[in-house]
Design a protein around this ligand. Sequence first.
Ligand SMILES: Cc1cc2nc3c(=O)[nH]c(=O)nc-3n(C[C@H](O)[C@H](O)[C@H](O)COP(=O)(O)OP(=O)(O)OC[C@H]3O[C@@H](n4cnc5c(N)ncnc54)[C@H](O)[C@@H]3O)c2cc1C
Length: 407
Amino acid sequence: MTQATQKQDLLILGGGLVGMTLALAAASKGLSCHLVDRADPSALTAEGFDGRASAISTASWRLFRNIGLEQALEPHGCDIAAIAVVDQMKPGRLDFRPEPHEGTLGRMFANRQLRIALLEAVRSQPLISLHAPVDVFERTRGEFGVAARLSDGRTLEAVLMVAAEGRGSPAREEADLKMAKWDYSHRAIIGGLDHSKSHENVAWEIFYPDGPFALLPMLDGPEAQHRSALVWTVAEQDAAGVMKLGDRAFLAEVEKRMGNLLGELSLNSARSSYPLSFQHTARIVDDRLVLVGDSAHGMHPIAGQGLNLGLRDVGTLVEVLDEALRLGLDLGDAQVLKRYEEWRALDSFMVMGATDSLTRVFGVRGKSASAVRRFGMAGIQRLPMLKRFFMDEARGVSGKLPELLRS
Ligand SMILES: Cc1cc2nc3c(=O)[nH]c(=O)nc-3n(C[C@H](O)[C@H](O)[C@H](O)COP(=O)(O)OP(=O)(O)OC[C@H]3O[C@@H](n4cnc5c(N)ncnc54)[C@H](O)[C@@H]3O)c2cc1C
């Protein structure tokens, strides 16, 4: 027997970092939603489920602050005071360090802390109906609304469907929204490091032809141990071997790539690995459907921009829907959705393109390629205007920002 529930403004499919943030941002403007995830929220927030850490840009932090997460998140963030870029630890480092009055380049958070804070806020927001864990086995989009039939027999109804289901979005596939997609044939191996020297709030991007190697500053551990998050990209064929290494052998390989930068190393978490691909959908809306986050765009993690881009989708969508509401328009109106698609097009294309180029430029092997790269980096180092452009991109403050991501 099917059972219909109250019709809401939004039916958000996927309660990951982007889906949960969207539900809260929409609620901050008075919009109600059904938020559906096939995974169990307690599994998603359990220790060891997602050991990654995310660089949260200045603009994304403003969004979290504007939807009431500042108190819950503030104690868990580690400032990124500077970013250092080097080619294989050779001389010729490129530094991005804002002036003290300009603030930081962002903050690092453990994904688990982000998930915990978001889930708690979702659970206490009356405008959000959370349905998880449950499978969606039928989605319908009609002239007057959308619906999802769930595996427990209920039917959820809303005005607009939002796909926040991550890279393999079934709603996107069903709508036949075509994607440009390629595989980098690499995996990102991640893990938490304790180290004897302070990171001094510097994020390191060390580029090797086999793949980039990043060290991201984290807050000190409970016994004041200095900590960083490691993201080491290795070729797909080497990944299984690297994952199988014992801790000592693994750390020896890590040390080969970063030298004595952070002193003595030990691991403070289990390692895990993620396949890397590029996927980009130019059309991110269809009849009563919009895509947000990785459902619309998935990229290489080297520039730490995937989630930030998804959070800019969130801010933009909420602003467009809020305006529609005030003008008395249907939230699923084609012109309203078109406005969202057009607003997101340039930012998304630029960030995706720049990240892809970065991985390719640093992936070229050989001494002369390395010399050309280091020559280019030395040039940028001497050009304050160009450095400012890159720093604004890292902070997520360039281009036309939606209100929720402004101060
Ligand atoms: C190693 C690594 C490091 C990264 N570092 C950074 C960083 O520093 N900064 C940054 O900005 N980005 C970073 N990213 C990218 C970032 O993690 C992603 O862009 C972000 O997590 C995407 O969130 P999402 O909610 O769109 O998708 P997901 O996290 O994939 O969430 C999708 C959700 O939808 C649910 N779901 C899926 N299918 C269905 C279905 N059919 N029905 C119901 N629910 C469904 C899933 O259970 C899941 O909860 C990194 C990525 C990697 C791999």
